[in-house]
Design a protein around this ligand. Structure first.
Ligand SMILES: Nc1ncnc2c1ncn2[C@@H]1O[C@H](COP(=O)(O)OP(=O)(O)OP(=O)(O)O)[C@@H](O)[C@H]1O
Ligand SMILES: [Zn+2]
Ligand SMILES: [Zn+2]
Length: 804
């Protein structure tokens, strides 16, 4: 007897285990590990993933697998293991982990139907009307009719009807019709003669096949070329002269683009030195994580491309992760240009169908390279030769939803399995990664020079306090204004950057730049408008909103923040002749808008590009000679211990956009605290000193990479209940965890209320807490009922990046 052990598609803790099912004889040769199957579960039919196949079971009465949903497994045995590991280390249900690894369209869809078992005459008039002469109706239709559920129930009890559950995939394959000769060519010639001469179009169609001995042509092309319709084709198909075949085609968003083929550059000495250990790891098939630290424009991408070439020459496959917002057409072009149709691209701007088709190219081994955002790390390759993570410091590699996995961790796990190198590339690596490189856990590879020896653009720091004192109340410093004007005259371009991530929540003195901070946690206090108080959301310290700056006694102390739209208005007012493109969530919401705006800027149809985060990455425009950062402070004072690091990273990235080609570039950074070390050191491109300084701060305040963090967030519509539950949970954690661990909170989250739900949190800092996952699991179980029945939400994040 063949038995399949299955994870069922019911995300709950009672069902988060393997269930045994019998494989019926007819499916014995079909069912494989990693397949989706349809199984009876209670009264329903649901989907499940086959994880194991065995021949014995402890359960006596086993139910049969009803059917398979796939003929090829959707998860490789390796990915089954990866999914289990994700579920166990991030605390999510197995089924959620597997689903996160697959394209959206492979999520099962459940449909309820009502089946008529009796003759229509046996029904009551209202039921008869409901069925309307049909044997099966969608359950949904019940709502449209004015029928009580008890009437249906009665019908079911009397055996007149039955509820059926269907499991479907949402996957659809796109088919196209092709026309081919239905008989051998010689015969077709003979039959041609028999076509009556008045049937001109039919003759034309046949001669089209005869002329060039064509074997098949897309119906659409055939009808188009001959300017005819399906009506002329039909009789030929009916008589068997021609026949139709339906072929599956991919929905390929890049189909109609031409990519200039590119050839590898001769590497510079620095590049050669960096690539050779990678090549060695590929050739000897040895897993090794590398950290490629190279300044912006130092030719990291060329190293990726040539490493991939080496992998392909060895008959293996490559995964390249790129942050979503950097997955621009420019980026895609670089990979498609080098590897053409061997590349699949996976990112969220594709439709679900397109994503599924790209994924299938990988599954069928029709491509060898995948370039994509975070989830591309799950590409179902079976012979991986390299995994590259570009801009490794990007926090978008961490999924902020269940399962809360980090693509970097998954990459390393897959690299161990495939015995291949992992390359983490960045101009500004995370502290965690750089610290690991210093310790030798990762091999450090460095590129110090920009291509063609171009120097990094000069950075001018402008002190906005002085602007204010000199009577300039606008958001543009005099220096930035002059420089923008100069660019306009010379016909060069400017990129203006305004950070508006989430909300600005801090309070700052415009006179002296003083920011209200927590005395214990080294983070900015969060302003709570409701009761005019300032709170630390790490440790729950709080104080009242001051009316005078505690540092200089000025009364210009206030809440900080400006939107892009407001900046655009005042910019246009100041420089009426400037053509401005604004890029933010509002202007890029529509599909393709992002790309369109960038193309427009690239074609020099605008002088100034004003935008948020999304313009900081990957842009490479030769005519950009000025970059302005409007409010460096808004990033610096996020209530997040990484705010200095993020500021340093962002300023470095943004500065890297200027002067990448022949024209030299300049950068202006406006801030109320330009002397802050992250702004100061970024303006000197001094990563090493920043690293040292920031590491000291992290050590002092007990943050990563010296300590691990775990963030517990609780939310519920009732304020008191939320506070109460969080209080009990923190109590539980204090009792269960070791004494050396620091448990901060409960405290309101910086975004205390979202969509009418109150949010509280507890933060755990620890160095070594082997019981943590177990304790958290128990905590989850203790509150499972409240989660199921009382609308309580509890999230646990073992590697928090978003501290809001
Ligand atoms: N060996 C080489 N010889 C000549 N040109 C090169 C070489 N390597 C890279 N380049 C070119 O130099 C420019 C910068 O390289 P690239 O974009 O790869 O740098 P990067 O480090 O990935 O930059 P960033 O981190 O800013 O995105 C590109 O236009 C690239 O084509
Ligand atoms: Zn002040
Ligand atoms: Zn604090």
């Amino acid at each position: 007897m063949k038995i399949a052990r299955i994870i069922v598609d019911v995300p709950s803790s009672q069902t988060n285990r393997l269930f045994d099912y019998k494989v019926p004889e007819r499916l014995e040769d079909v069912v494989q590990i990693g397949m989706r199957v349809i199984i009876p579960f209670g009264p329903r039919k649901i989907m499940g993933f086959v994880l194991e196949l065995t021949s014995d079971s402890n359960v006596d009465k086993l139910k049969n697998i009803q059917d398979v949903m796939d003929l090829t497994p959707v998860l490789t045995p390796e990915l089954v293991e990866v999914g289990k590991w994700i579920a166990e280390t991030t605390l999510c249900f197995y089924v959620s982990a597997f689903q996160a690894m697959l394209p959206q369209v492979l999520k099962a869809k459940y449909e309820k139907e009502l089946w008529l078992l009796a003759e229509p005459e046996e029904l009551t008039p209202s039921l008869e009307q409901l069925f309307g002469g049909r044997g099966v109706i969608p359950y949904e239709e019940l709502k449209e009719h004015n029928l009580s559920y008890s009437a249906i129930q009665k019908g079911i009890q009397e055996g007149l009807m039955e509820v059926h559950y269907n499991v479907n995939s949402k996957e659809t394959k796109k088919k196209e019709t092709y026309i081919t000769p239905g008989v051998p060519i010689e015969q077709l010639e003979e039959m041609y003669v028999d076509i009556p001469s008045q049937a001109k179009k039919q003759k034309q169609i046949i001669s089209y096949f005869l002329e060039k001995e064509r074997e098949e042509v897309r119906q659409k092309d055939l009808l188009g070329t001959l300017a005819t319709t399906r009506a002329s084709l039909k009789p030929l198909l009916d008589k068997g002269l021609l026949k139709e075949v339906h072929k599956e085609v991919y929905r390929d968003p890049y189909q109609n683009r031409e990519y200039e083929p590119t050839t590898p550059f001769a590497l510079t000495d620095e590049q050669s030195a960096a690539i050779s250990p990678i090549h060695k790891s590929i050739s000897t098939k040895q897993h090794e994580p590398f950290l490629l630290h190279g300044v912006t424009g130092s030719g990291k991408t060329e190293i990726y491309l040539q490493s991939i070439q080496h992998v392909l020459n060895n008959g293996r496959e490559a995964i390249v992760l790129v942050p979503e917002i950097a997955l621009t057409p420019q980026m895609v072009e670089r990979f498609k240009g080098r590897f053409g149709s061997r590349v699949a691209v996976l990112h969220s701007a594709l439709s679900a169908g397109e994503k599924y088709d790209e994924w299938r190219k990988v599954q069928r081994k029709e491509v060898q390279v995948v370039v994509g955002a975070r989830s591309a790390i799950f590409a179902p390759f079976e012979n991986i030769g390299i995994i590259i993570i570009d801009e490794e410091h990007e926090s978008s590699y961490k999924q902020e939803d269940y399962p809360r996995y980090h693509a970097r961790d998954v990459a390393i796990r897959r690299g161990e399995y495939h015995q291949c190198p992992i390359v983490l590339g960045s101009a500004t690596p995370t502290l965690e990664s750089f610290a690991r490189a210093k310790k030798g856990v990762y091999t450090l590879l460095s590129l110090h020079k920009r291509m063609n020896e171009a120097s990094m653009p000069e950075v001018e720091r402008v002190d906005m306090r002085e602007e204010l004192h000199a009577g300039n109340r606008s958001m543009f410093s005099r220096s930035l204004y002059d420089k923008m004007q100069e660019r306009l005259q010379k016909g060069e371009q400017t990129v203006l950057f305004l950070n508006r991530r989430g909300y600005s929540t801090f309070v700052m003195c415009r006179d002296c730049g003083h920011v209200m901070e927590c005395p214990h946690c080294d983070i900015a206090l969060t302003y709570h408008r409701r009761n005019e108080r300032l709170k630390c959301h790490y440790c729950s310290y709080e104080e009242g909103m001051p009316d005078k700056c505690p540092s200089c006694e000025s009364d210009s102390i206030r809440f900080f923040g400006t939107g892009t739209q407001k900046v655009e208005e005042s910019l246009q007012h100041m420089l009426p002749e400037a053509r401005i493109i604004r890029m933010d969530v509002d202007t890029t919401r529509r599909k393709g808008a992002h790309e369109r705006l960038l193309t427009k800027f690239g074609n020099q149809e605008a002088d100034i590009l004003l935008g948020t985060q999304m313009i900081a990455k990957g842009l490479d425009f030769p005519n950009v000679t000025l970059v302005g950062v409007l409010a460096a402070d808004s990033l610096l004072h996020l209530p997040d211990f990484r705010s200095s690091e993020k500021t340093f990273q962002l300023l470095t990235q943004v500065s890297g956009r200027a002067g990448r080609h022949k024209l030299p570039g300049e950068v202006v950074v406006q801030s109320y605290t330009p002397e802050h070390y992250s702004i100061d050191l970024a303006s000197q491109y001094d990563y090493e000193s920043f690293f040292q300084k920031e590491m000291n701060m992290r050590k002092m305040f007990q943050y990563p990479p010296y300590y691990f963090l775990t963030l517990l967030t609780v939310s519920h519509p009732n304020h008191l209940y939320t506070m109460d539950v969080t209080q009990k949970m923190s109590q539980f954690l204090r009792e269960q965890l070791s004494e050396r661990s620091v448990i901060l909170g409960p405290t309101p989250s910086p975004l205390t209320r979202i969509k009418d739900r109150y949010r509280y949190q507890v933060m755990i800092k620890y160095r070594n807490e082997p019981m943590l996952i177990k304790v958290m699991n128990r905590l989850f179980q203790l509150y499972e009922d409240d989660v199921q029945n009382k609308d309580l939400q509890v999230t646990i994040d073992f590697q928090p990046y978003q501290m809001m």
